[in-house]
Design a protein around this ligand. Sequence first.
Ligand SMILES: Cc1cc2nc3c(=O)[nH]c(=O)nc-3n(C[C@H](O)[C@H](O)[C@H](O)COP(=O)(O)O)c2cc1C
Length: 188
Amino acid sequence: MGKELFKPGNMLYPLPVVMVSCKRENEKANIVTIAWAGTVCSSPAMVSISVRPERYSYDIIKETGEFVINLVTEDLAYATDYCGVKSGRDVDKFKEMKLHECPGVNVKAPGIAESPVNIECKVKQVIPLGSHDMFLAEVVGVQVDDKYMDETGKFNLNSTGLVAYSHGEYFNLGEKIGKFGYSVKKRG
Ligand SMILES: Cc1cc2nc3c(=O)[nH]c(=O)nc-3n(C[C@H](O)[C@H](O)[C@H](O)COP(=O)(O)O)c2cc1C
């Protein structure tokens, strides 16, 4: 069995790819596609996004201290890619991609109405790392599309068609192959 030695680089895949929305008062809202995002704490619920300072969104997020993470579904994959190659300096991404703003409940930044989950975040720390600055943020609200709620009150997130990003390519999630704890569950 052989191994190739690669130079150090980012190879932690698959990842969620998300659309992060942000807005300064009296300006158009913007969307930036982010793959360097993660869950970092359960209680309080905290997340991180890493953003290059040269992004148009960077100053907006830094100044307002707010952003919304919008989960990406197959229907949003094309718009996600577009929002990751076009800058809000040049285009209105909501308008170009025919997306709609949904008002934040606990932040002034809008979410994306077409996304099934809008995670409202308030920045706690900005940590310069090198190419990217990491925004460590607390989750202050979560809005979900009621279309995916069933009669028992369960939110069927895995029916929304979520997308993963791996090594430069977008994928849907494929078949379910297990559930949390199934390796130790007694078979009935
Ligand atoms: C799949 C994908 C993932 C990306 N992930 C990041 C990221 O994690 N951090 C970042 O700063 N830029 C990332 N980008 C690049 C920005 O989304 C891109 O430069 C965008 O045009 C910036 O928009 P803005 O100038 O309107 O803020 C990613 C792009 C794509 C297509």
